[in-house]
Design a protein around this ligand. Sequence first.
Ligand code: ZN
Length: 383
Amino acid sequence: MVTRFEFATAQRIIFGCGVLAEAGALALALGRRPLVVTGRDPSRSLALLDLLRTQGLSPSSFALAGEPALDDIRRGAAQARAGGNDLVVAFGGGSALDGGKAIAAMAVNGLDPLPFLEVIGQGRTLEQRPLPCIAIPTTAGTGSEVTRNAVLASPEHGVKASLRHPWMLPQVALVDPALTLGVNPEVTASTGLDALTQLIEPFLSARANPMTDALCRDGIRLAVRSLERAWREGADLEARTDMSLASLFGGLALANAGLGAVHGLAAPLGGLAPVPHGAACAALLPHVLEANLAACGPGHPSRVRFAELALLLTGDAGAGPEDGVRWVADLAGRLRIPRLSSYGLGPADLDLVAERGLAASSMKANPVPLDRAALTAILGKAL
Ligand SMILES: [Zn+2]
């Protein structure tokens, strides 16, 4: 039976090959002085800057060197305030989108994100509505264009934590699959497995609802059909389009149904070692599924979900839950996802990551509670 649920997303979602061309007109409707927040290669945004100038806008740029840290947001927000920017256009992978959303929020809320952060901050709530934001993803993975949080690193605390508020949903999510054509195989694999994880975890989540279920079922089907194809043949626009859609669906689902233990552990892992978020998710996913399945036990209501997941992944009506877990592990192997130890993590780090994972907000949506020993065991298998 369907009980009460809620679903919120970006004000507008525009999807399709070539929709980047609409960025100038969309920006003109929201501001005059856009701050374009990009990833480590700002030259990729030259066409976007031209589109903005053609509309008579005066854009400035802010480049993030990697995953956004607190200091990056402080600098970006200060630049936006000093430059009189009235709009943020976030253009890039998940880091640039999260960074842009956080800068848009902090430019009008005191410049320092720390007091507003979950876990390590005071969890203060935003007082002013952020600058309007147009989010344009150039990878297919995080779905950040339709989520209400930004994951920020605090090197000082050695963790990553979320800045979260419903106001942080962008005004416009502009998703152009053609922008992902140049993504290399390694990034295609890790971001694509992040997208798949962000469809599987909300599907198994304790907070799943009928709308997120519909998105997850279709999104998993798209990722199963096209992730490996996009990895092997980067110029395959059909496969890239499927993956951009899968990523978007994952973002919509996670923002409304939550995640689970994979993301609960991925955040502290990423705070401790330079593991790209998608690679951390991919390394953990099969082992978390296995542990969740074991913890559910026969007769647990979530087992029906695991059985359906196995069917969605393998396409085999006779597949059991364990076959779904094996399918995910095999895919990560074929896409050559490195083990966690290749990022310098060792057995001595695991207990701390497990302890921090227990406190992570994503952990609350895991279908069954996992204790510290179970989390440490999962990490040990992914090492
Ligand atoms: Zn993720």
